[in-house]
Design a protein around this ligand. Structure first.
Ligand code: IVH
Length: 712
């Protein structure tokens, strides 16, 4: 890349970059420093001067970039080329054996090696390299969309800005975990406290907070570190096993965890787990268990994933930390749909890395089963990101004469309406649709990140706006601009906050219909199903029409065709079952809801229309594709988008259910899986004609078709 130039400044800059990057790796990754600090400083200064004089020489892999970029306004969204998955859990040897059995049965192989790795308690990141240079880094986000934190990741010294070694692939995406070293955490927090800044509750939150700084110079000032544990995209031949991948990653300059080991059987895994537990106190990073991965990559690809968890891996978690504290009171929360949920108000106690002062108690049956009462000393546990739980009364708990078993209230604690039991369910509901508690929860939900995403409209502000009569339902949010002056008068508001809020509300008017539907808080309807429903309705207008009809039908006899038809058309949507369909109908039938929809429209809410899809264009409907290798005329992502536009599904691994594997150059193990499973393979030109609507004469893989029977 640099050999072309005969410019001495450029040559010197390249030389300095290489020397500094190498020294950096020896220091932070290999922990065998060779360069002295003064020498490092002097070379870095020389490079900084060169880059200042010749800005065109500044490259993204320059070590000068580790000090941070100018502050950003916000983080751009990154769509992960393959979703960032989570892990299933096991908590003991029996559960581990059950996982092993499921894997064995699925692949029809009894013995397989397992990579055993420490489960680092930090936050997951994906880092992308093109031509060996770090080009992008993203947080996990919801697994599908994350945030672009490239500038911040560049400040982490153990992450290479440029890959070293042989056979560096053209494209590489690695995944790993960023963490805040434990030794630095206490000191860091103490300094923050001294400066009057808010302290972080645990190292994991502080890693997350540090990585999400808009000013990357601030991130650079914090001692973040990272381990890399997998490759998610690779333009080349993958090694055969995960453990070989880790070795290769190390050769390219990544910090992989030297603790990791391969076990050949379950006893080996158990040994590793026990060793991990024993080593835990000595480590300078938090771990919350052992990750166990099927080592053979071809087997991994056959196993694929179920939901968000890969079948080929699981986490053996350490038991949750338990502490004893007093249960001061059992209080009642009224949720968005009116459900009454008891929760515990605890004497605050530090457990599992945070201070816990409340814990959910689910329902009265759970409380009776656990036999807990207000005033008891109880055992509280919390494991990692799991919400705190009350296990039961402490063994030495003593009850006074006033102690009595808990009973659910008969009236809503907020609006005093008599509550009802929801069918066979144990759920108790306040059915007063205008119960203030429900309204406030719904407003919070409507404005939340997962729905209309109105920044600045959090719990506290919603409560104030409701109490002071600014909003009575979600459509009133879009009237707030007319009351700017009054809003400014509110406590803790002021001109800037109000203007930011009003701008966020204005922006929310054009949020996609799916987000609006999510925000309406229709019982049982989560964001995923809201997407399906929005594809069905396509516009706010047609949702309003539907509600108008539903309100007319409501007055007709129950066997009226209209009613059943409306449910039938909703249940006809792939993925929508009768419970959700009924719930939507019930919601649409309420006159007050129709009013809200009409008000939303009148007040300017206008989700972008969803284009009518030509059904005849959905030629790939019901077909499942896997795209692998390097394509010449379009990127892998474009190919996947085209497939989806035509109604097809794209998976990340080849299974018996895959209909076609599209293969580009250097396809690697997915191609092997296609051959083994006898899944038809489309080469790039065939795929292109297929996209264009041609009937393609399919080339099936060459290995014996009898092989297929083996896996069916
Ligand atoms: S493998 C697809 N390996 O644990 C499987 N994950 O609960 C997930 N984690 O989001 C990645 N150490 O952030 C893997 N050695 C390790 C890990 C690890 C920590 C985290 C990771 C993931 C979470 C899943």
């Amino acid at each position: 890349m640099f050999a072309m130039t005969s410019n001495p400044a450029a040559e010197r800059a390249a030389e300095l970059r290489d020397a500094l990057n190498r020294a950096n790796r020896l220091y932070y990754v290999d922990q065998t420093p060779e360069m002295s600090d003064p020498e490092w400083d002097s070379l870095l200064r020389e490079l900084q001067t060169l880059e200042a004089d010749h800005p065109e020489l500044l490259t993204p892999d320059s070590p000068t970039q580790r000090v941070g970029a100018p502050p950003a306004e916000g983080f751009a969204e990154v769509i992960h080329p393959t979703p960032m998955l989570s892990l299933s859990n096991v908590f003991d040897r029996d559960e581990l054996e059950a996982w092993h059995r499921r894997v064995s049965e699925y692949i029809e192989v009894d013995r397989f090696d397992m990579s055993c790795e420490l489960k680092i308690d930090g936050l997951a990141i994906a880092i992308r390299y093109e031509q060996g240079v770090l080009v992008q880094a993203a947080t996990r986000g919801d697994g599908v969309r994350g945030e672009d934190v490239s500038a911040n990741i560049r400040t982490i010294k153990s992450i290479p800005l440029r890959l070293t070694g042989d056979d560096v692939p053209e494209i590489l995406e690695v995944r790993g975990e960023v963490f805040f070293p434990l030794s630095a955490f206490e000191r860091f927090n103490a300094e923050r406290a001294e400066q009057g800044l808010q302290t972080y509750v645990n190292p994991r939150n502080s890693a997350s907070g540090s990585l999400r700084q808009l000013d990357s110079a601030e991130t650079a000032a914090r001692p973040l570190d990272a381990f890399v544990y997998s490759v998610s995209e690779f333009g080349g031949d993958m090694p055969q096993s995960h453990s070989d991948v880790l070795t290769t990653l190390k050769d390219w300059g990544f910090k992989t965890n030297i603790w990791n080991r391969v076990a050949t059987d379950l006893d080996g895994v158990e040994d590793a787990f026990k060793t991990a537990a024993a080593d835990r106190p000595e480590l300078d990073y938090g771990i919350d268990g052992l990750v166990i991965k099927v080592d053979d990559l071809a087997l991994q690809s056959r196993l694929g994933s179920v939901g968000r968890d890969p079948r080929w891996a699981t986490a053996w978690k350490f038991p949750a930390e338990q502490v004893t504290t007093r249960l001061n009171e059992i209080a009642i929360n009224v949720g968005r749909t009116g459900s009454l949920t008891p929760y515990a108000i605890l004497e605050p106690v530090f457990v599992g890395g945070v201070t816990v002062s409340q814990a959910t108690l689910h329902n009265a049956d759970v409380i009776a089963e656990k036999d807990i009462r207000a005033g008891d000393m109880v055992i509280v546990q919390r494991a990692g990101d799991v919400i705190p739980q009350i296990v039961g009364p402490a063994p030495d708990n003593k009850r006074g004469p006033d102690s009595k078993p808990f009973g659910m209230p008969e009236r809503c604690p907020v609006c005093d309406t008599t509550v009802v039991k929801d069918g066979e369910d144990v759920v108790i509901r306040c059915v007063n649709g205008s119960c203030p508690a429900q309204t406030v929860r719904l407003l919070e939900h409507f404005a939340s990140r997962g729905a209309m995403d109105i920044e600045g409209m959090g719990e506290k502000l919603v409560a104030v706006l409701y109490q002071q009569g600014f909003v009575a339902d979600v459509s009133d949010i879009f009237k707030l601009h007319a009351r700017r002056d009054e809003l400014i008068e509110l406590e803790r508001m002021g001109e800037t906050s109000v203007d930011n809020l009003l701008k966020a509300i204005e922006d929310a008017k054009t949020q996609p219909l799916a987000r609006l539907i999510t925000g309406l808080g229709i019982p049982h309807l989560g964001s995923e199903n809201a997407g399906l429903i929005s594809d069905h309705f396509r516009s706010l207008e047609s949702l309003i029409d539907s509600s108008r009809y539903a309100n007319i039908w409501r007055h007709m006899p129950p066997d009226d065709d209209g009613k059943t038809k409306q449910i039938a058309s909703l249940t006809g949507i792939d993925g929508i079952g009768p419970t959700i369909a009924e719930s939507i109908r019930d919601w649409l039938q309420l006159g007050s809801n129709l009013k809200i929809l009409e008000h939303l429209k009148d007040r300017g809410v206008e989700p972008p229309p969803i284009e009518e899809r030509d059904e005849s264009e959905q030629r790939f409907a019901g077909m499942r594709f896997v795209v692998t290798g390097r394509l010449e005329s379009l990127s892998r992502q474009e190919a996947q988008t085209r497939i989806k536009e035509l109604g097809g599904a794209v998976s990340s691994s080849v299974s018996k259910k895959t209909n076609y594997v599209v293969v580009g150059a250097d396809p690697g193990s997915k191609y092997d899986s296609a051959v083994r499973l006898n899944v038809p393979v489309l080469e790039e030109d065939e795929f292109l004609s297929f996209l264009g609507g041609a009937d393609v004469e399919l080339q099936t893989p060459t290995e014996e078709s009898s092989q297929r029977a083996l896996f069916e």
